[in-house]
Each structure stands twice: as C-alpha cells, then as structure tokens.
Design a protein around this ligand. Structure first.
Ligand SMILES: Nc1ncnc2c1ncn2[C@@H]1O[C@H](COP(=O)(O)OP(=O)(O)OP(=O)(O)O)[C@@H](O)[C@H]1O
Length: 227
C-alpha cells in the first residue's frame, strides 16, 4: 500500500555529500503501526514528508496504493495528499479561539466536505478516543494528551488510508503517551485495542507511520524501521 524503493534525498545540491536514506527500500504494512527510529538528523521527519508528498525524492520512488506518486504533477500530488494522508505533529496546534469540534472539522470543510457528515464523524471519533465530552470546549481547556487525540481526530476526519505522525508523544508524560499510542493503534487496526468496547465503527485497516525517539512508542509499535 505504502512503499519506498531505492530512496535518496538531500536538502542541498547534488555534490554536497549530505544525502539521506542510502537507497532505502521498505514496504509499510497496512493495519500496522510502524515506528521509524534513528538518531537525531537521520531523516525521520524528512521520511514522513516524502511519504506525505510534501517533498520529492532525489532518487528512488514512493508508491501509494500501487501507484508511483513521487513524480506526479503537483496538483495530483496535492489531491492524493488531501484524500489519502493525515498528519499528526508533536504539537497539536489547535486554534485557541475555536471549539475542539470546530478545530477538527474546519480543514475538512475548507477542503469541500459537507458540514453535517463531517461533524457527525468528528463527534464519533472524539467519542471513540475518549474526548467526546470535550467537543465544545476550547483547546486551552483540555490536557496535552487530549489535544493529541483531538489532533488525531482532525487527521482522520476525511478518512485517510495513511496516518503520518511526527513525534506525537514528544510533549507528553507516560500516561498520555500510552493513551495516544493506543489511539494510533486503534487507527491502524480498525478497532480498539483495550477491551474492544470503544469502537470506531470501522473495520478497514490503515497504515500508521510514527517518527519517534520514544522507546515507549517503539515498544508499542507493531513494526520498527531503523534509519
Ligand atoms: N529544511 C531543511 N533544510 C536543510 N536541511 C534540513 C532541513 N530540514 C532538515 N534538514 C537536515 O536534514 C537532516 C534530517 O533532518 P530530519 O529533521 O528529517 O531528521 P530527524 O531524524 O527527524 O531528526 P530529529 O530526531 O532531530 O527530529 C538533518 O541533517 C537536518 O539538519
């Protein structure tokens, strides 16, 4: 579903000798959480940007759902990104002036989705991640762990097949990291991992890739890619 082959990338010109990935080839398993691990500067965040079509490889390919996507025209890459990829970053970056529900739904509304179904789906996701009762609060009134679950809801609201998370537990204590990794596992597996009571109401698998330094996240991932 999501794969890279013979991947090379550099932020600089060709002869500067700071190339990343050394021809990396990897297939990410649908339905699994893959932790991307590596020392600072190895390119964990950069790999997510390449997978999410925000950057273009210097050499090699990125494939999504069987289609080679790295060399497509920008407009097509944007379409694929908007429909197939959701991003979660270290800081949830919710709009402090809007309610949690509005923060979650606004990007989807701007992307042209109908308000009613988006709000319904957002409420169901917030509920599934245990933050349903916070939907009408302001982001300043929720905890860091809750904010990350809200950010994950925002990434999922258009139902992407791929979630790319960059240090999603970087600002969290252990208890909140556990809750967020659980939510990411639910997202990948299509069901709740803790007891099976709180379901997303969806059974399809997603590919979840997490760039992380956190050994706790690595321990709870299904697969690990070392850079
Ligand atoms: N916009 C940029 N322009 C030039 N070089 C960059 C840029 N972004 C990152 N780099 C360099 O590319 C390399 C990979 O960066 P990246 O952020 O992907 O690594 P990382 O493994 O995620 O690091 P960290 O664990 O510190 O977040 C680093 O050497 C970094 O300095």
């Amino acid at each position: 579903m999501l794969a890279v082959e013979s991947l090379r990338f550099s932020y600089r010109r060709r002869d500067s000798g700071d190339e990343l990935f050394d021809g990396l080839t990897h297939q990410f398993t649908p339905g699994a959480v893959t932790a991307v691990r590596g020392a600072s500067g190895r390119g964990k965040s950069t790999l997510l940007y390449l997978l999410g079509l925000l950057l273009t490889p210097r050499a090699g390919s990125v494939t999504i759902a069987g289609e080679r996507v790295d060399a497509l025209p920008d407009v097509r890459r944007s379409e694929i990104r908007a429909t197939m990829v959701g991003f979660v970053f270290q800081a949830a970056e919710l709009n402090p002036r809007r309610s949690v529900l509005d923060s979650v739904t606004e990007p989807a509304i701007y992307a042209g989705h109908a308000l009613g179904p988006v709000r319904e789906r957002a409420r169901a996701l917030l509920e599934a991640f245990g933050v349903g009762e916070r939907a009408d609060h302001r982001p300043g009134e929720i905890s860091g762990g809750q904010a990350q679950r809200v950010a994950l809801t925002r990434a999922l609201v258009c139902d992407p097949a791929i979630i790319l998370a960059d240090e999603p537990t970087g600002n969290l204590d252990r208890d909140n990291a556990r809750i967020v990794i659980d939510a990411l596992r639910v997202t990948a597996h299509g069901e709740h991992s803790a007891g099976g009571t709180d379901r997303l109401g969806e059974s399809h698998l997603r590919t979840v890739v997490i760039a992380t330094h956190d050994p706790f996240v690595v321990d709870h991932a299904d697969e690990v890619l070392d850079l």
